[in-house]
Design a protein around this ligand. Structure first.
Ligand code: HEC
Length: 169
């Protein structure tokens, strides 16, 4: 009986390892993006943060992904950048995390995916809540079809996903 339970645990241990790996990679990306965003905001306020986020978020994600041999990205419950408009599998991903907002492993279209919820915290509100006029103007300039304002503290803003292994796109 004891031996059986050990055997049954093995697949779960493998999953726990993937979850941990995904979580670590996600944390690295979030850390680097927040660092970049914080210093941009310290230098020139949220308006400056927008231009930095606009040019840095994608390349930063690519750099972290390459470093680990994975692909990764962010997808919003509503979208700011048209480049982040969800593909069908990403819409499925958001729906799954909306239903169960925890860090988790999911299989979508045959891909093993790590996914974690991104919630609105205090610093996000300047650009995703009710932005002030100067911030609104800057957002309009870069993102005329911005749908990613009007969020409140604690709202699900999106999902950070990591495709583990060499399963790019
Ligand atoms: C200084 C303004 C600013 C702040 C603060 C900010 N964001 Fe954003 N956010 C942006 C911009 C600009 C984009 C579009 C980036 C791009 O062009 O790829 C974006 C995009 C996103 C996306 C990708 C989906 C989409 O809509 O394009 C997510 C998810 C996101 N932000 C979550 C957050 C979270 C969570 C926080 C707080 C921890 C936060 N943001 C703080 C400006 C900001």
């Amino acid at each position: 009986m004891k031996r059986l339970s050990v055997l049954l645990l093995l697949p779960m241990m493998a999953t726990a390892g993937e979850l941990e790996q995904g979580q670590a990679i996600a944390a690295e990306f979030k850390g680097e993006l927040m660092q970049t965003l914080k210093s941009a905001i310290a230098e020139g306020g949220p308006v400056n943060g927008i231009s930095v986020c606009n040019s840095a978020a994608g390349p930063l994600a690519d750099a972290v992904a390459q470093r680990h041999g994975v692909s990764l990205g962010r997808v919003g419950t509503r979208t700011r950048s048209p480049a982040n408009e969800p593909q069908p599998w990403q819409a499925e991903l958001v729906a799954a995390v909306e239903k169960d907002p925890r860090p988790q492993m999911l299989e979508i279209d045959g891909h093993q995916l790590y996914a974690e919820p991104l919630f609105i915290q205090e610093p996000c509100l300047a650009c995703h809540g009710e932005p002030k006029d100067d911030v609104k103007a800057a957002l309009n300039k870069y993102y005329p079809n911005d749908k990613a304002t009007g969020y409140a503290l604690g709202d699900l803003r999106g999902v950070l996903w990591v495709k583990l292994g060499n399963q790019v796109q």
